[in-house]
Design a protein around this ligand. Structure first.
Ligand code: ADP
Length: 493
């Protein structure tokens, strides 16, 4: 039993399939980069294990990677894999270990040859990764109090720990985080042979879900504690509408489930110091925001339309994000001269086609940029007045928090992390606008309400901006919640 006095530092190993700044496809990378950094700033001893993908090793090379003299031998399904340990020191008490295995990770893709295609051997790839992550502490001569796995790619970690894999880390506790329950890591039953777990566990109480090996379920079932990325999402995933078939599993493990809302990188996203903006601004002096809006209109070829709110979207262009609602709703408000629209994103072909039509019908009033563009994301969020995020589901969402920090009031659907981070102005001391049912009527009316406040009540608008900019969504606050959770499972009550 790793008993730790209340104030003593904890040893924590994170296991994640992506991590900023080494490799990123989504929000998980932001969490796996920022949470360990914040925990280390609190004085904890933190290591992160990620796969040594080709791109991640290239990024690590630029930061100075060192290699362990001897690789680990990891057996999976009767085949031995040699796994090299690359180490990058990020900060005092914070190191990243890239677990390199040429035949599995030296490829252009991360999960597959393209974003819509998986590699055939993903079960083997991530089984090797999980086993190597659990062998890592032994190789380093370091025993963590807690191993924290993220998403299905780390789903075997809690199971192997609980079942005493290799007799390593007998007293270590496990935490498992669900970043998006839609992605579950499902494989045919023969891949159970790769897990290192006993065949008897291939049943609906443990690893099997409707005839398949389900690695997300495996992580959830075996972990000492399960977290997800917002409080509201923790409740939602106990309902069929949100759980992608796992609602009964989540309900059955609700006693150990909690929601901890993600934070944002407040250094990277700071309107007072953002090198991408035309002019800096802050809650005390918002005057620079007008300069940012003027620069953005000019860069995007929008006409100067006094009185019209600059409304923006920065998002993956997919149905989940409610992009179709936006396209359906905006035309009357544009024709009335009440708003202009800027969209930055990439995604579904049919949504892009509809956005093209919208832009062609409203030249000078609608601008769409397809692709991933970090500087433009800062400029769009910094320069606009209103940010749209009418997601059908949203485990946490980061962009609404960036928008608030830049005094750009978000309109969000009341779901998941959006419900936890945005407070409607109608309730007093609000930071944005919320709506419930996903339909054109409800979305149009909240848009009308926001545009009305913007145009006719500048004092109230400014109050809401100041309120939004003052929210503490920093990782330091969030990391303290995780540290509390870790301590609760390490110290007997
Ligand atoms: P999700 O993870 O579902 O895509 P989040 O709001 O949690 O949604 O995170 C999205 C992240 O990706 C944010 O950091 C956002 O700023 C960024 N992003 C999304 N689309 C673009 C884009 N086209 N260009 C630049 N950044 C983008």
């Amino acid at each position: 039993m790793p008993v730790t006095p209340a104030a003593s530092p904890l040893k924590i190993l994170h296991v994640a399939s992506e991590m900023a700044p080494f490799i990123k496809t989504g929000g998980l990378a932001d969490v796996a980069g920022a949470l360990p950094a914040a925990l280390a700033r609190m004085g904890h001893d933190v290591k992160v294990a990620i796969p040594g993908y080709r791109k991640a090793l290239a990024a690590a090379g630029k930061r100075g990677i060192t290699w362990a003299a001897v690789p680990m031998t990891i057996e999976v399904g009767g085949i031995d894999h040699q796994v090299g340990i690359g180490t990058v020191v990020m900060a005092p008490g914070f190191t990243v270990h890239l677990l390199a295995c040429n035949e599995l990770f030296d490829r252009d893709g991360i999960y597959g040859p393209s974003p819509s295609q998986d590699y055939d051997d993903n079960a083997r790839r991530f089984a090797v990764f999980c086993k190597a992550a659990l062998a890592l502490p032994g190789a380093l001569g370091w025993a963590p109090h807690v191993v924290h796995g993220h998403d299905w790619q780390a789903g075997l970690v809690p199971a192997l720990l609980e079942r005493g894999y290799g007799n390593v880390l007998p007293a270590t506790r496990s935490v498992f985080s669900i970043h998006n329950i839609a992605y579950q890591g499902q494989f045919w039953h023969w891949d159970m042979k790769l897990t290192g777990l006993d065949w008897s566990l291939f049943n609906p109480l443990f690893c099997e879900h409707y005839g398949k090996l389900n690695l997300l379920k495996t992580g959830i079932v075996f972990a000492d504690r399960v977290t997800t990325v917002s409080r509201t999402y923790a409740g939602e995933i106990q309902q069929g509408e949100f759980a992608f078939g796992l609602e009964s599993v989540i309900k059955g493990t609700a006693y150990k489930l909690s929601g901890i809302t993600n934070g944002i990188d407040t250094q990277e996203w700071d309107p007072a110091k953002d090198p991408h903006l035309a002019k800096a601004f802050s809650a005390e002096d918002l005057s620079g925001k007008a300069a940012c809006a003027a620069a953005l209109r000019k860069d995007c070829g929008l006409v100067n339309a006094p009185g019209a709110a600059l409304v923006s979207v920065v998002s993956r262009l997919v149905e989940q994000k409610g992009i179709d609602l936006i396209i359906d709703a905006v035309t009357p408000y544009i024709l009335a001269g009440r708003m202009q629209l800027i969209v930055l994103g990439t995604g579904d072909y049919h949504l892009e086609q509809r956005l093209n039509q919208l832009q062609a019908r409203h030249p000078g009033w609608v601008y769409v940029w397809y692709g991933y563009n970090e500087p433009l994301a800062h400029q769009v969020i910094g320069g606009s007045d209103i940010f749209l995020m009418p997601s059908r589901t949203e485990p946490c969402g980061l962009t609404q928090m960036y928008a608030m920090r830049y005094g750009t009031l978000p309109i969000v659907r009341f779901t998941g992390g959006l419900a936890d981070t945005v407070k409607d102005v109608a309730t007093g001391n609000g930071t944005g606008f919320t709506f419930g049912p996903v339909d054109l009527g409800h979305f149009s009316s909240v848009l009308d309400r926001a545009l009305g406040l913007y145009a006719h009540f500048p004092g109230e608008w400014r109050d809401a901006q100041v309120q939004a900019m003052g929210q503490d969504n920093s990782w330091d606050r969030v990391a303290a919640e995780y540290a509390g959770l870790y301590r609760r499972i390490c110290i007997p009550a």
